[in-house]
Design a protein around this ligand. Structure first.
Ligand code: NDP
Ligand code: GDR
Length: 328
């Protein structure tokens, strides 16, 4: 019999990669989707027929209880969130309801319906915020710098609390930034690669960005979902940092992306106050030693390969090849 996994956030970047991985492993995949006026399955169009969809919303605990009762998953991957840091400053309460309390609702639904379910929580390097040590590991103290970071920290601790209080197999992956051709257009990496491709094709003339000095530890989303799955295959639950161990400035991401299409980013990038944040996270770089040692997780994609993969996919997309997103 196949293992059944429920993924929240299946329409998002990570949800689509994780669904592919689990289907390849022979899982029955149930994807939680929330009601919207238009269907938003762009990232999973190529595997849509192999997924069972279940209506639910992180804002509504009853919907999650009913969903677990109906589909009886053995593993739950909680990837759904209001995930954009900038939006969390403008919508702090919604971010808290979804990204923080949503985790409690799901954990509580698991406790009520089937405490044997294994649970993965999508924690974030944004919890380190104003970093207290370099590089950041599982033992580095947290100091979030946005309503999003604060909400993720709540989600992280409630996962640990339910693990300790109710003996749930609940693990938390502290994932550093991970990107790819399916990344939302508002995030800096995709904004850069999409606009660089547009400029190359004569469809845009400039790229307006905020803080070019910010440093991030950027990996490929396709590599990171493997670590999520491995966490739930361990005998016991735990917390793991997943990162590349390298950091790069936003400026450097621009440089590599534009260079790949034969352009100099300095001719096109314009700094714009609108994209600055009220409080910034200046430097993130993770130490993935524990994930390597305990999970046997290995990074596959280098920084340069990630950037060029994204630029090439955006060039293809803009030239009309939609398969570069859904099939990559
Ligand atoms: P995305 O923003 O691409 O996807 C977010 C998903 O959450 C979408 O499927 C969205 O659905 C869903 N969602 C939002 N609100 C609700 C709600 N109220 N009820 C149900 N579903 C909801 O995020 P990513 O795939 O990039 O990230 C996945 C998770 O990992 C997130 O929790 C994110 O915060 C976290 N994370 C991401 C990192 C990264 O670098 N990508 C790093 C560390 C953590 P819809 O399509 O309907 O909007
Ligand atoms: P982040 O990702 O906040 O790290 O959160 P984002 O790509 O939005 O920002 C990265 C850095 O780039 C700077 N920046 C800009 N960012 C955006 N979005 N747009 C711009 O124009 C711009 N110019 C400069 C930002 O200030 C920031 O320093 C992501 C999300 O996926 C979270 O959900 C996840 O938890 C963390 O990564 C780890």
């Amino acid at each position: 019999m196949s293992t059944r996994a429920l993924i929240t956030g299946i329409t998002g970047q990570d949800g689509s990669h994780l669904a592919e991985l689990l289907l390849d492993k022979g899982y029955d995949v149930v994807g939680m989707v929330r009601r919207s006026s238009t269907v938003n399955y762009e990232r999973i169009a190529h595997i849509q027929d192999r997924i069972t969809f279940a209506q639910g919303d992180l804002l509504d605990e009853v919907s999650m209880i009913n969903m677990l009762r109906e589909h009886r998953p053995e593993e739950v991957y909680n990837l759904a969130a209001q995930s954009f840091v900038q939006t969390s400053f403008g919508q702090p309460v919604l971010t808290g309801e979804t990204t923080a309390l949503g985790v409690t609702r799901m954990l509580d639904a698991i406790r009520i319906v089937d405490p044997g379910i294994r649970f993965y929580q999508a924690s974030s390097s944004e919890m380190f915020g104003k970093v207290q040590a370099v590089p950041q590991s599982e033992s580095t103290p947290f100091y979030p710098r946005s309503p999003y970071g604060v909400a993720k920290l709540y989600g992280h601790w409630i996962t640990i609390n339910y693990r300790e209080s109710y003996d749930l197999h609940a693990s938390s992956g502290i994932l550093f930034n991970h990107e790819g051709p399916r990344r939302g257009l508002e995030f800096v990496t995709r904004k850069i690669t999409h606009t660089a491709a547009k400029i190359k094709l004569g469809m845009a003339t400039e790229l307006r960005l905020g803080n070019l000095d910010a440093q991030r530890d950027w990996g490929f989303a396709g590599d990171y979902v493997e670590a999520m799955w491995r966490m739930l295959q361990q005998d016991g639950p735990d917390d793991y940092v997943v990162a590349t161990g390298e950091t790069h400035e936003v400026r450097e991401f621009c440089e590599v992306a534009f260079e790949h299409v034969g352009l100099d980013y300095r001719d096109f990038v314009v700094q714009d106050e609108r994209f600055m944040r009220p409080a910034e996270v200046d430097l993130l770089v993770g130490d993935p030693s524990k994930a390597r040692a305990d999970l046997g997780w290995e990074l596959q994609t280098s920084f340069r390969d990630l950037v060029t993969m994204m630029v090439d996919a955006d060039l293809a997309l803009l030239q009309g090849d939609l398969r570069s997103i859904s099939g990559s």
